[in-house]
Design a protein around this ligand. Structure first.
Ligand code: OXD
Ligand code: MN
Length: 596
């Protein structure tokens, strides 16, 4: 076993970290242990190594400089919720929405699988920093992995090397141990040990299962830390919306995976709203801390995007299309004969195409899609032209509104606002949306996904609701809470709302509510815009469509709440009384409303 320690890391490595690395190497038995410093040279050598080994394909250097395609194992294409476990001491702490395994059992099971799993491989040691340099809210993790694809992706998604070791000094760090193992889906485990701040992931090389900084650290473990320390770790985008008068309003948005978070983050204003702009702070995760004045301040722990490719095009998202044209790793997209990437929804398909598994693909003849529906691109956030100048602010950005959303073809109006923080928490808790390809399993099925955190909350979801309720307008300047739904369908089965850049019209209404300037009608479910307050010159949408988008169907809501009640019942005793009361109030308002 050769230990390669760069001078830099050798100097800054605390004993606790090097001891852990050695103890893991004793078990996993890699040929080499390589400490990553996050340098460009290191990234180049990782991608060159993978290109020679055939696990990465270099794309057209002229049109896609420094871009690569990775094809994953066909059985390893999405997050595996069924193989994801919370290993808390007490089963009740994992709660009814998580799989649980006793820590001792998990350690014993994984110990066997880890024995010699890195033989003839290199174990990369990746110290990473989540969040801005010098921020009191940032955290350090160290991932040990035998996957060069993971090592290269982590260098895009986080700040690897010096920044992490500097921040670490002697503080705690989250330990992540990942091995591709044999990729045997029957022995796939993604285990989280909140008490040990430890993650172990075996037999998957797919993003959310293998880039341990992302869902495992930034959400599952961080949500437990947030509960214990009084902050929020959320599956939310963060954007700054600039109004024509130059005022910036920051909002966060929780949407389930593959439901348009990245598109909303990178929204380019439509021609009729040229004097507005949207600045990106985060497209997936927000760590939100109330500061000493009670203001909710949010940072993005990540440094890159790992986002869904299909349906991204010059029309739907021109800003992304520009961004992914260099220094990007694509995963499971299709490939054209001139070595450029392609996916469904990008536009006309090239004459000759290889699908995501490398098979020749002909439109109308070949089965399935050319790109996998959950194919992705991994790009540094620095490449994004409208990155907020506040992205690096160690104190984060002040949040005025929280938006919940997700795919609902019926029921939920285009936008509405809650009556209070507690009512807003209810709106988040009863989020029920259509499933997408981001996780393995059926697509398009309605499921409860509270706060878009069902797969990511590292503890009992009922305690999580209680934690949300522990923030209150009495003590903090809590953000206003909204729900949006750009996915409502008309009777002809087509989307009523054009979405994408036009969503700025909805964001404008939210901003103006925060600034006390937009009108709303009080309905049983919350404040719904008056059609006039939503109107923007230049946007051509028939008034009847707007009315349909804003319609509140009381009977349909009462039906929906029956399923919310069942869901809440399934959460058992711990469900906060306040939430139950908010639900009863909502039912009463719907029952006594005579307008509809
Ligand atoms: C993601 C997800 O990859 O939510 O962001 O699945
Ligand atoms: Mn996500």
């Amino acid at each position: 076993m050769i230990i390669t320690l760069t001078q830099e890391s050798a100097n800054g490595v605390p004993k606790k970290l090097s001891q852990w690395v050695h103890s893991v190497a004793e078990i996993t038995k890699p040929d080499t242990v390589a400490w990553c410093d996050g340098s460009e040279e290191e990234f180049s050598s990782l991608v060159e190594g993978m290109s020679s080994a055939g696990t990465l394909i270099k794309l057209n250097e002229r049109t896609y400089p420094n871009c690569y395609l990775h094809r994953s194992d066909p059985n390893d294409v999405a997050r595996s919720e069924e193989a994801t476990f919370i290993c808390s001491q007490d089963k009740d702490d994992a709660g009814p929405t998580n799989n649980w395994m006793a820590p001792d059992e998990a350690h014993a099971k994984l110990r066997q699988l880890l024995e010699g799993c890195m033989l003839r491989r290199t174990m990369y040691v990746i110290p990473y920093l989540l969040g801005p340099v010098n921020s009191p809210y940032s955290q350090v993790g160290v991932e040990l992995t035998d996957s060069p694809y993971v090592a290269a992706s982590m260098e895009i998604m986080t700040k690897v090397g010096h920044a992490a070791l500097e921040h670490l000094r002697n503080d705690e760090f989250v330990k992540g141990l990942h091995s591709m193992g044999t990729l045997d889906p029957r022995s796939k485990y993604i285990c989280h040990f909140p008490d040990e701040k430890l993650i172990m992931s075996l037999n998957s090389n797919y993003g959310g299962n293998a880039l341990l900084s992302k869902k495992c650290h930034s959400l599952r473990l961080a949500s437990v830390m947030a509960r214990d320390e009084g902050w929020l770790a959320e599956h939310m985008l963060i954007i700054g919306i600039e109004a024509p008068d130059g005022t910036l309003t920051y909002v966060t948005g929780a949407f389930p995976s593959a439901s348009g978070k990245t598109n909303l983050t990178m929204l380019k204003p439509p021609d009729y709203m040229k004097r507005w702009n949207v600045w990106a702070v985060s497209d997936d995760i927000a760590w939100i801390h109330p500061d000493t004045d009670g203001v909710f301040r949010a940072i993005n722990p990540e440094s890159g995007f790992f986002a869904v490719a299909p349906n991204t095009s010059l029309k739907t998202n021109p800003r992304i299309m520009e961004m992914v044209k260099s220094n990007t790793i694509f995963t499971n997209v299709a490939l054209s004969s001139d070595q450029t990437p392609w996916w469904e929804g990008m536009g006309e398909h090239p004459r000759k195409l290889w699908d995501w598994q490398g098979r020749v693909w002909t439109a109308g003849k070949s089965p399935g899609s050319a790109a996998h529906p959950n194919s992705r691109f991994t790009t540094s956030i620095r490449q994004y032209p409208s990155l907020s100048p506040e992205y690096d602010n160690p104190n984060g950005v002040p949040i005025s509104a929280i938006i919940f959303g997700g795919r609902r073809s019926e029921l939920v109006p285009l936008v509405y606002e809650s009556f209070s923080w507690e009512h807003g928490v209810l709106i988040g808790a009863m989020l029920r949306v259509e499933t997408t390809a981001a996780a393995s399993g059926e697509v398009g099925v309605l499921r409860n996904d509270p706060m878009a955190m069902k797969p990511f909350c590292g503890y009992n979801i009922a305690d999580y609701f209680n934690h949300w309720l522990s923030f209150s307008s009495k003590r903090q300047k809590v953000p206003r809470i909204f729900q949006i739904n750009p996915f409502r369908l008309g009777p002809d089965g087509r989307f009523l709302w054009p979405g994408y850049s036009h969503n700025l019209v909805v964001l404008k209404w939210i901003v103006e509510r925060c600034r006390g300037r937009a009108e709303a009608i009080e309905t049983p479910i919350g404040y719904v815009p008056t059609p006039a307050s939503l109107k923007v010159d230049g946007m051509n949408i028939p008034e009847t469509t707007v009315s349909e988008l804003l319609r509140v169907d009381n009977a349909a809501w009462l039906d929906e709440l029956e399923s919310t009640m069942l869901f809440f019942e399934s959460l058992g005793e711990k469900l906060p009384k306040t939430l139950q009361r908010e639900l009863e109030r909502l039912i009463d308002r719907l029952g006594s409303d005579t307008h509809n």
